[in-house]
Design a protein around this ligand. Sequence first.
Ligand code: HPA
Length: 270
Amino acid sequence: MKQGYGERVERAAAAIPPEYRPRTAVILGSGLSGIVEGLGFKEIPYSEIPEFPRPTVQGHKGLLCLSKDAAILAGRFHFYEGHPMDDVVLPIFFLKALGVQNLILTNAAGGINTKYVPGDLVLIQDHINLMGTNAFIGPNPSDPSGKPLGERFFDMSEVYSKDLRALAWSCAEKPLKEGVYAGLTGPSYETPAEIRMLRTLGADLVGMSTVPEATAARYLGMRVLGISCVTNMAAGISKTPLAHAEVVEVGKRAESELKALLLKILAKLA
Ligand code: HPA
């Protein structure tokens, strides 16, 4: 990470009124931003948070929604948008600075596992980083006094918390699925040959986010829950070409189920 990263994080966190110190945060993926509607949370546009870049993708709002117990981020920063990794993971450092201990990452993903159907909610058991880089390359970030924010070499043996997965199961109305998420940069979708490769490597899901954020959360010692919404079967499984509009559309249909699940999980963690 670049020098001065800790200062950037502190500037961002200083913009949040002190009465909002949530313990749990949710990041909403493509097409899932509607979840924040009607919650009555305090809304802060990303444009009012220093150091936050602006999201550029359709279906991403760029809104921080706050209650006493929870923060919901509608909109994330993707590597494929051209944001440097420092910016991709900045919200995670920002949330940690507010006191967040539990991070729920949601995303839209392609289904590689043929047991999945579009609209399924899948708990992420583990991930495979195929982005070709790591947000922590470069100086180990430190706070303004020079104290490192985490360890240089950090453990990744249980990125996605077993306890939080058990909690999610206890909140679900119908059985959830579980699987391994492969993170690629995008923005092109995969070729059928790449999907066959990913299946061989042990991936059940494929997407263009989550891996850097989950890595940053582990660096910072947060517990992570990952929930993928399968918006389409991956390339070569479905006979039809992939389209972003379909990803957003299926995300919208799964939104109410995901919202109900998230609200129950948030209530249990409050
Ligand atoms: N591939 C990569 N990312 C995605 C997909 C996909 O098929 N669907 C939604 N996000």
